[in-house]
Ligand binder design. Structure first.
Ligand SMILES: [Zn+2]
Length: 339
């Protein structure tokens, strides 16, 4: 009987680079130069090794509300920014508090972001995101607050968008899947996805434990990687890859509703969960799907099993997150405090 993976926060890696690890990394690099990768979303390669050691220690999951890095006090309400800066493809939490607040919403990077009350702590929360392609500089944040007497107040702040520090890799797609590197295929798929992300629940699907890994395995190919396919087409890696063989059950990272369950050209058999307030997770290249659209899902519920469908050259799980229409680093968001 197959051993079922248990919901795991993250496989812990030692972030310090020892001489031995450096030697292993060198070996990996040499191996990479000799063995060219075969496809756009390949079997996890050791390329990400060095990059992963730079990611935050997964065990230091933040479980209490961070202190504000910026506070903007208005006449009746105050705005708190709970992060230092927003990396490209990153997400951050902002909050509003004040006597008699009945609604709040942000205007940031040409998006309207409605705030929500998630906890009994007197705050209204908003999730800001920076697109993966957003230029790294300072941008205006405008937050509109409505009070029970019908009055409104506008609070202004500035948000720094920082470089995502993404790596670039080259891939050769084999002849039998060449049709899938056509930019038009990707454009059509993104349009289908945008339609899925357009309908969002306003019920928070995640709990205080946030988002979990969908299977107990290693994160390999990193989010945001620029992928040059056959020296011509350039694309972005919108999620993280997890090492897996075919047929491993994958679990919902958090609760929600199935927003999509079916076949896509690049993602293959694909499941999207709507977690509420504009947050979605996606699970790609599955061999089997065990859920249907509209179904209510709890954290850890099995959505399907891993496979090698779509633009993939070997079995693995592609795990991704979209917030407010932006692809964000799902591994980073899974580690951060969420309202
Ligand atoms: Zn992937």
């Amino acid at each position: 009987m197959r051993e079922m993976p248990v919901p795991a926060r993250f496989i812990v890696r030692n972030p310090s680079v020892t001489p031995k690890l450096r030697y292993v990394l060198w070996l990996c690099l040499c191996a990479l130069l000799l063995v060219p990768a075969l496809a756009q979303d390949p079997t996890p390669q050791p390329t990400a090794e060095a990059d992963l050691t730079a990611t935050p220690d997964p065990v230091t999951l933040i479980t209490t509300r961070p202190t504000a890095r910026q506070t903007i006090a208005g006449a009746r309400a105050s705005l708190e920014i709970l992060f230092e800066r927003l990396p490209q493809g990153g997400a951050g939490v902002v909050s509003v508090a004040g006597e008699g607040v009945t609604a709040a919403s942000a205007r940031f990077l040409n998006r309207n972001i409605p705030f929500f009350e998630a906890r009994d702590d007197g705050y209204w929360y908003g999730l800001l995101t920076a697109n993966i392609e957003q230029s790294a500089r300072t941008y205006d944040l405008e937050v509109g607050v409505t009070f029970e007497d019908g009055q409104t107040e506008t609070l202004l702040a500035q948000i720094d968008v920082a470089s995502g520090g993404f790596i670039t890799s080259s891939f050769t797609v084999p002849d039998d899947r060449l049709a899938l590197i056509d930019p038009e295929v990707e454009r059509v798929e993104f349009a289908r996805l945008a339609a899925v992300f357009d309908h969002r629940s306003m019920v928070r699907g995640w709990d205080d434990t946030g988002f979990d890994l969908p299977l107990a395995s290693e994160l390999t190919a990193p989010f945001g990687e620029v992928r040059v396919l056959n020296d011509t087409v350039q694309t972005r890696h919108t999620g993280w890859d997890l090492r897996a063989t075919v047929g491993v059950p994958i679990m919902a990272s958090a609760g929600g509703t199935v927003a999509f369950a079916g076949l896509m050209d690049i993602r293959g058999n694909y499941v999207v969960i709507d977690h509420g307030h504009g947050v979605f997770t996606g699970y790609a290249h599955l061999s089997q799907i065990h859920v249907t659209r509209g179904q209510t899902i709890t954290q850890g519920q099995i959505l399907g099993v891993t496979g090698d469908t779509g633009r993939s050259s070997g079995p693995h799980l592609h795990w991704e997150m979209n917030i407010n229409g932006d692809w964000v680093n799902v591994a980073d968001v899974s580690r951060m405090w969420l309202p």
